[in-house]
Design a binder for this molecule. Sequence first.
Ligand code: ADP
Length: 494
Amino acid sequence: MDQATIDALRATAVAPRNHLIDGRSVPASDGGTLEVLSPINGQRLTTTARGTAADMDRAVAAARAAFDDGRWAGQPPAARKAVLLKWADLIAANAPELAVLGVRDNGTEIAMALKAEPGSAAATIRYYAEALDKVYGEIAPTAGGVLGLIHKQPVGVVGAIIPWNFPLMIGAWKLGPALAMGNSVVLKPAETASLSLMRMAELALEAGLPPGVLNAVTGEGAVVGAALARSMDVDVLVFTGSGATGRRLLEYAAQSNLKRVYLELGGKSPNIVFADAPDLAQAAKVAAQGIFRNSGQVCVAGSRLLVEAAIHDDFVAEVAAAAAAMRVGDPLRLDTQIGAVNSETQLLQNLRFVETAQAEGGRVYAGGGRILQETGGYYMAPTIVTGVAPDAALAQREVFGPVLAVTPFETETEAVRIANATDYGLAGAVWTSGLGRAHRMVRAVRAGVVHVNTYGGADVTVPLGGVGQSGNGSDKSLHAIDKYINLKTAWIKL
Ligand code: ADP
């Protein structure tokens, strides 16, 4: 996509957005709306329906009715596959509109959004469409005289609560396997990034998904998100977001119908650089990208840099140089490498983390503040804090901003100890040319994904899921399908 196309799309007005319930666009039952501010310039972009608990109940009822009458689950696999493949094609065909709309809403730099948002969402939907007629039941190895069959059945109604950093990609991680297995879904997009995901949901209907199979309700997490999580008629709840909200969702499930809850809760992922890394200049560049792209608003961001003491000073200087070379600014320019922070609230929270880090003995080596305030938008300089103690807040808590915490280590054992000394366990990386060391580190670092001599980029073929307080269950790969099915045994006397 060229700059002229982006500029034309950004100039278009964005129509107010209603819920999508039972195949229809409907306003909030009390007429309420939420203002949508663009993080690019702080100005009003449009409004979305401010859902009520009654709206959510209506969406869940529509999803339940659609599931129970078999209008989707009862279709032959080939028919479901055709609809999902058509949907993927429509997402790809509408990629420029979806990407620009999403960036106007959430501030991610367009170069990254184009790849990570509609591009990967279409690929993910296609992957699960292709998978759906390759999921077989089993015959159990029983004694003679009986037949044990294991059926894989859809769970029924899936609730999906989506965050604002990559709404299309993360939305597709849940929608792809959930719909492929024949479930109905109720989506709850994030307040500050609903627009592109609502449009993607609408495209599913255009592709032929029957009304009621995919419903989407916008509004506040504490109202409509909570109503979804408390519903007595939702069978499985899938979520990506903060640990605090994840905890609440488990409480809501316990207070209601004990629905299964799968959580992906972010991390404080260690990027571990040994002196024997094959290419330190490349490692420094990728380390900067691994924390600063999308302003650090990436669940797998390499937010802790652990550097072998012998190369610490030179390496940090290289990371700082790489960060300084990254262009921060208007996310709708193709040459921007770091866009806007999603909201002013998030930006202020990032700045408080930097203050606390200094109070705890850290040194702001680069960045540290808000920039480009004259635009009216929310921008933060890529920030590097050195001398961060392993127990400091900046080493323990997820900022979800462009802030890198640097800590030196002396030995492999110490690197592992520091890497694993948080409550989280989502991602990590090790940079080394030692084959044995690389494999030892992959085993030792407590995380769902450990990169070796790279950071990020793991595609849909491999699972992503956290351990510890980073969550449970996996998105992506064939393993994700397990979340959206029930096993049922048939025990038959012959
Ligand atoms: P962040 O703090 O990064 O915005 P959240 O976990 O608050 O992350 O948001 C992720 C998603 O969770 C959003 O869609 C949001 O609306 C939703 N959410 C927030 N609070 C609740 C809640 N109490 N119940 C259900 N969903 C919620």
